[in-house]
Design a protein around this ligand. Structure first.
Ligand code: DLL
Length: 432
């Protein structure tokens, strides 16, 4: 099922032309209206006329999250403030947030892209879409909301949290599509099981889950426990919010909305573009945004692109599931560790619940990594030996994947804090 077949299945040559045209207009717009870009272009000796096709993008300067911060709050906006109808912001761990602004046209385009996303998951105007992403400065709630309304679905703007009420509404309203983070979807599944709610009393068919990394193993767990199709959706506030890329029902990578975003993969060390199929950092240029167009924005997300037409017939390039950001990567005694590697091991092991936390510390100048993971309640009432051997097994398997020694602590169910939004998987107590 398509939302906009013409654009989703466009011939790639034609798409390139469309992208080239939009890129030229964007480059002109930022050069004329954003002093930051005028300066960056001038420093590289580039004039807007030098950019003719999408291949010329490699001559343009990059934009980083710090550039948004340095120009806080509205310095990178390309239109007068009176044209901005909404702002969103991402919190960031330190200091000021990064702020983005939308014109009325941007909001309308965003709704269009989120309508595509929901359609990928099988939504129609008959769907009941429960939006359990947080509403507010975070882009998840309102982004999903406008897309659901654009389809004409019945939209339930419940926002995150209040788990019992979420479940009640799902039952009473006959929710067919759930939108939230994957970690919250799992928490909802767990709560339903505790409340002895039979999932056949629900009409839930699909979920559109994103905003944080989640493994294939975690997807399997959510699909099985909720009895639904779980679609991965990707986006970031700097670029727009959710709707930048989404899976279709074939779950073979996330289709990037290339009529709005030009995607490249670069080597994060040399900054050189990498060919299709190679893993590196995703860089996005917005080519149809008015409020805050960004040129070659470095997302820090690690993925690879695949241009072959998907089984669904869409020609839009697909990005692999993002399993981590380069800045999520932990360096433990010199070895690179992604939290998703640990998650993949845990979800495969029986008796282990997919609730875990990674605690990193430095003791006498040596990095330590402890994995705390919940195991089923009956194990605790069982022989100590079984618990011990499970602990050893997990330790062994994680060590063989990571190549470094780790500590494993098994904890009782409900010990690890549950998240209603993005899960916090890592606690790093090292002082740098
Ligand atoms: O998380 C936007 C969003 C809302 C996406 C709802 C999907 C659903 P930010 O808060 O700016 O925006 O965080 C963006 O989250 O750079 C990735 O590192 C991560 N991220 C988002 N979606 C995924 C995903 C929203 N599907 C940052 N898989 C991004 C892995 C994701 N990581």
């Amino acid at each position: 099922m398509y939302w906009n077949k013409e654009l989703e299945c466009m011939d790639r040559e034609q798409l390139r032309e469309l992208q080239g045209k939009k890129l030229r207009a964007t480059v002109k717009k930022v050069y004329e209206n954003v002093p930051f870009y005028r300066k960056a272009f001038d420093e590289k000796g580039i004039r807007p006329e030098d950019i003719r096709t999408v291949d010329d993008i490699r001559h343009l300067p990059f934009t980083m999250k710090s550039d948004l911060r340095d120009n806080y709050p509205f310095g990178l906006f390309a239109v007068p403030q009176s044209e901005i109808v909404r702002v969103h912001a991402s919190s960031g761990t330190t200091g000021k947030p990064t702020v983005v602004g939308y014109t009325a046209r941007d909001i309308s385009n965003w709704a269009e892209l989120m309508a595509r996303t929901f359609t990928f998951a099988g939504a129609t105007k008959d769907s009941v879409i429960q939006v359990a992403y947080g509403y507010g400065l975070f882009t998840g709630g309102l982004g999903a909301h406008y897309g659901a309304e654009r389809i004409g679905a019945m939209t339930v703007p419940v926002s995150g949290g209040n788990t019992k009420r979420q479940i009640m509404l799902m039952q009473d309203f006959g929710t067919t599509i759930l939108a939230c983070t994957p970690s919250y979807a799992l928490y909802l599944a767990e709560s339903m099981e505790e409340m002895n709610i039979d999932r056949s009393s629900l009409k839930l068919k699909a979920g559109v889950f994103g905003a944080e990394p989640w493994t294939e193993a975690m997807r399997g767990e959510i699909e099985e426990r909720l009895g639904i199709l779980a679609i991965d959706i990707y986006g970031l506030s700097e670029i727009m919010g959710p709707g930048v890329a989404s899976e279709c029902e074939y779950q073979q990578g996330l289709h990037i909305a290339e009529d709005f975003f030009l995607a490249e993969i670069i080597d994060p060390d040399t900054l050189e573009p990498l060919p299709y199929g190679e893993k590196g950092e995703l860089v996005i240029t917005t080519i149809d945004k008015d409020g805050i167009p960004l040129i070659r924005y470095r997302t820090r997300d690690i993925t690879a692109l695949h241009p072959e037409t998907c089984s669904c017939g869409r020609t839009l390039v697909r990005m692999e599931k993002v399993l981590g950001r380069s800045d999520d990567m932990l360096i433990i005694r010199g070895v690179n560790v992604f939290p998703s590697q640990i998650e993949s091991v845990l979800v495969e092991i029986a008796d282990v619940l997919p609730h875990y936390q990674i605690v990193v510390d430095r003791v006498e100048n040596i990095d330590t990594l402890e994995v705390q993971v919940e195991v089923s309640a009956d194990l605790f009432s069982d022989e100590v030996k079984r618990l011990e051997s499970l602990g050893k097994k997990i330790k062994h398997e994680i060590q063989s994947v990571l190549g470094i020694s780790v500590d494993v602590t098994l904890v009782e169910p409900k010990t690890i804090p549950r998240s209603e939004g993005k899960a916090k998987r890592v606690i790093d107590n090292r002082k740098f």
